[in-house]
Write a protein that binds this ligand. Structure first.
Ligand code: FAD
Length: 518
């Protein structure tokens, strides 16, 4: 097989045009090809740029064409994930069924390990009902919500499947997604996206396969503590029983605050910087105009990623988890506290686009101690809840800058349900954070025209951008307990669906093939 790169196609042309262009480039007619990568380039005109894999060999291509295409044509070999259960591991208990736990469990089960998954939240379908109730009535179920339940925090998300990692094993994660119901385009899109609607089915299909391989799920069951024998973990204790296994994986996510308190007593934690801020909403149309100069359903979703570091301010500020055509959702897991995040459906056709605008913070803001960042999150989320009286506190961007409570909305309406109230968001964070965000908004407006428009909407608060702690590990294990594997975002080693899934896969490989210590 060969790979041909850098094939530029105007945004409004179809696959037939792509085939004709490939035929012309390699001067061949009789071949099959599949798209390997597809990206979008708005620098000179609006073009999709393809890499395609063709079922021909280099020798099939005329030498003068090989010379002409020398930078863009090469032999190609598919990556294979070859893993063996060299350590003869028989059983593993996995706490948490988010991407990290799910993908670790999936690979272990595939390799003949008996996996037991402990999940404090409910299975996806029941979880959907609890979240619908939260959206309709504002009543939160503390164990079944946007953070807790089958599939983890990403289940009710935008389902962006992007990651900065260049690890070749990432391709297998996308293959597994597709094998369980995700659309094939995630295999090659530069910014793959699946949406909460499709992601939920993928998660259920993966569960069915894990169960068919002998895996057992325990929903609505919470990991509470360890049972120790001679300084080693001999069992884990849940609110419903005890479990023994060769390996124990903790894939807790960044919201398991009660569990972090338990782990702290074993000296397994250290504090880690994270970021806090607000969700910002614009009209989707305005972001498309700013990014492409036009709107068209043939163009990809218009996104941005902005970063401002200014030495005159104490915090760098960046946008995060951008959801084109998405909605702002209540992502709290604690009664009397509020935090928000963004989600979207596969079609991304909502009226607004949103993202988090967050400022990096460290112990200068939240103080010293392993759990100081987490305590700060709790304090901020309580303030936000109180400021909104249980609803989301919302402010027009101009009013945030001027420090007055909004009286009337402009062009942009908040998407948060079940409701919002106007409030002055300046009251939530320490002044240095507000100042840094205000300054950054102005700079960001220069990069995406209209970003700091008066009518943009800010909703409070975005606090769970990543874990405020790290569970110390080396070779995926804790030093203290060699059969304990903390992974994913809650352990502080990933951020996002794909990097968490990858951490899960790598941990499973370590358990199966690494130096056997458990
Ligand atoms: P989690 O997904 O948080 O899973 C942890 C699991 O552990 C949870 O199911 C929890 O119930 C369970 N658990 C915790 N404590 C216990 C216990 N004591 N006992 C039993 N079970 C326990 N990322 C992206 O890449 N793209 C996006 O579009 C995106 N959008 C998001 C939108 C929202 C609304 C949210 C909240 C997050 C979004 N993220 C997104 C972030 C992404 O979801 C997380 O990075 C990812 O889910 C982390 O994976 P994880 O497996 O490490 O943890």
């Amino acid at each position: 097989m060969i790979i041909l790169r850098n094939i530029k196609i105007p945004y409004d042309k179809d696959q037939k045009f792509l085939r004709e262009k490939i035929e012309k480039e390699i001067n061949k007619k009789d071949f099959n090809f599949k798209i390997h990568k597809k990206s979008f380039d708005a620098r000179k005109g609006l073009n999709f740029v393809y890499q395609v894999v063709i079922d021909l060999e280099l020798d099939d291509i005329e030498m003068k064409i090989q010379k002409r295409l020398k930078n863009n044509l090469a032999a190609f070999e598919e990556e294979k994930l070859e893993v063996e259960n060299k350590n003869k591991i028989e059983s593993a208990v996995i706490v948490g069924t988010g991407p990290a736990g799910l993908f670790a469990a999936y690979l272990l089960a595939k390799k003949g390990v008996k996996v037991t998954l402990i999940e404090r939240g409910k299975a996806v379908d029941e979880r959907v009902e609890d979240i619908d109730q939260l959206h309709k009535t504002g009543v939160l179920n503390e164990e079944s919500n946007v953070q807790f339940g089958e599939g983890g925090a990403g289940t009710f998300s935008d389902g962006k499947l992007t990651s900065r990692s260049k690890d070749k094993r990432m391709g297998h994660i996308f293959d597994i997604f597709v094998d369980h119901g995700a659309p094939e385009d995630i295999l090659y899109e530069q910014k793959p996206h699946i949406g909460t609607d499709i992601l939920r089915d993928v998660i259920k299909n993966m569960r069915k396969e894990i169960e068919s391989l002998g895996g057992v799920y325990h929903f609505s069951e919470k990991f509470l503590d360890f049972e120790l024998d001679d300084g080693k973990i001999s069992k884990i204790i849940t609110d419903k029983g005890k479990y023994q296994a060769d390996a124990y994986i903790l894939a807790l996510g960044n919201s398991a605050r009660d569990t972090f308190r338990t782990l702290d007593k074993y000296d397994l934690l250290e504090s880690k910087p994270f970021a806090v801020g607000f969700r910002i909403e614009h009209l989707r149309r305005d972001i498309e105009l700013a990014q492409f100069g036009m709107t068209s359903d043939k163009l990809p979703a218009a996104t941005y990623q902005l970063n401002v570091t200014d030495k005159d301010f104490d915090h760098s500020v960046y946008t995060f988890c951008m959801c084109p055509g998405g909605y702002v959702v209540n992502s709290s897991s604690i009664e009397g506290q509020l935090c928000v995040n963004g989600m979207s459906y596969h079609d991304r056709d909502g009226k607004n686009s949103n993202s988090a605008v967050v400022a990096s913070i460290d112990e200068k803001i939240y103080g010293q101690g392993n759990l100081a960042g987490m305590d700060f999150q709790n304090k901020i989320e309580k303030k936000a809840f109180d400021l909104g009286g249980g609803k989301a506190p919302v402010q027009r961007l101009r009013d945030f800058i001027d420090g007055r409570v909004t009286e009337k909305l402009g062009e942009v309406s908040p998407t948060f349900i079940p409701g919002y109230v106007f409030a002055d968001l300046n009251q939530i964070y320490p002044e240095s954070i507000n100042r840094a965000i205000k300054n950054a908004l102005k700079v960001m407006d220069k990069r995406v025209k209209g970003f700091a428009s008066d009518d943009a909407i800010l909703t409070g608060v975005e606090t769970r951008t990543s874990a405020p702690i790290r569970i110390k590990r080396s070779d995926y294990r804790t030093e203290k307990f060699q059969n304990l594997y903390p992974i994913g975002e809650g352990a502080g080693y990933s951020g996002g669906i794909i990097s968490s899934a990858l951490d899960g896969i790598k941990c499973a490989i370590e358990i199966l093939e690494g130096d056997k210590k458990c």
